[in-house]
Design a protein. Structure first.
Length: 299
């Protein structure tokens, strides 16, 4: 009932582990799959190793988290070394970040052999020279998708930022450059202040907000993208329950990614949501998840 084919890949279910949460090693990815994820996205990989920012890098709030991890990653060479020759029984989407089209192209070329698909991080909300700073401009989105498509036959997903006045323009630019899908959204630029220390809590001061608090923002982004784009949309943002997931499918998502809920509730959230989805489909008289994608766009 939950099986889907997306980007030419078979997913046991449309619930994918989002980038940046318990996804640093092959064994952690296998564990996410054992616990019910239909596919996984790796932590964003760049050219050089990065330690990330000093602590504190995460603030927990009543409705989610603000993070500024600072793109911690081992760099492409160490990543390739660790993933080369590994076999996975589920799709592994490799997330990459760069500061310009050439860096994205370099990473996609080098990591091609270990990726079933790539997710281009055009949307990290707080890294100087990366992510959202370049991904807010549709022309950059176009150029980066275009060069990566020329280098690989693997599917390319453009991960979009909500920190823009018009996410649909970014999605259309990705589609024009022949992206295979878009994923939306990355985190929402945010800050938390310690009222006694009288200073921002995160070492980087600003970060990205994720979790239940951003779900309606993410859902609106998916809804608007689905109305304008023909390529598949992968919904991300605050999905914590099966009801949340149903909303995203009805708004036009072909799959969803789950990140903060894994951080807050553990990996068991995948089975919980998958069971709830199957029950919903059965009781509403559907035989496949496909049948509910975009139903809320028709009214
Ligand atoms: O590493 C991070 O701080 C980070 C990244 Br790469 C991203 O894409 N989104 C986010 O909220 N944090």
């Amino acid at each position: 009932m939950l099986k889907i084919e997306l980007l030419g890949l078979e997913f046991e279910n449309p619930l994918i582990l989002a980038s940046g949460v318990v996804d640093m090693t092959p064994e952690l990815l296998r564990r996410a799959h054992r616990e019910g994820a239909g596919g996984v996205v790796t932590k964003s990989i760049g050219i050089e190793p990065r330690k990330g920012y000093e602590n504190p890098t995460i603030v927990e709030l009543p409705y989610g988290l603000i993070n500024a991890m600072g793109l911690p990653n081992p760099g492409w060479e160490a990543f390739l070394e660790e993933f080369k020759g590994q076999k996975f029984e589920f799709p592994v989407i490799v997330s990459v970040f760069g500061g310009n089209p050439d860096e994205f192209a370099f990473l996609v070329e080098r990591l091609d052999e270990v990726a079933d698909a790539f997710e281009l991080n055009l949307s990290c909300p707080h890294a100087k020279g990366y992510g959202m700073e370049i991904g807010q401009d549709p022309e950059n989105v176009y150029r980066i998708v275009k060069v990566t498509k020329e280098i690989t036959d693997k599917p390319i997903i453009a991960k979009l930022t909500p920190n823009t006045n018009d996410i649909v323009k970014l999605g259309l630019a990705a589609e024009r450059a022949e992206a295979d899908a878009v994923s939306a959204i990355n985190t929402v630029k945010a800050i938390a202040i310690d009222i006694y220390a009288k200073r921002p809590i995160l070492s980087n001061k600003v970060g990205g907000y994720s979790g239940p608090g951003i779900k309606p923002i993410a859902l609106r982004a998916v809804y608007d993208l689905a109305k304008s784009l023909d390529i598949p949309i992968i919904g991300i943002g605050g999905i914590t329950s099966w009801e949340d997931a149903v909303e995203f499918f009805l708004a036009g998502a072909s799959a969803v990614q789950i990140g903060t809920a894994v951080y807050l509730k553990g990996l068991s959230v995948f089975k919980e949501i998958a069971n709830g989805l199957e029950n919903y489909l059965r009781t509403e008289g559907f035989s496949s998840i496909r049948e509910i994608i975009g139903l809320a766009l028709k009214v």
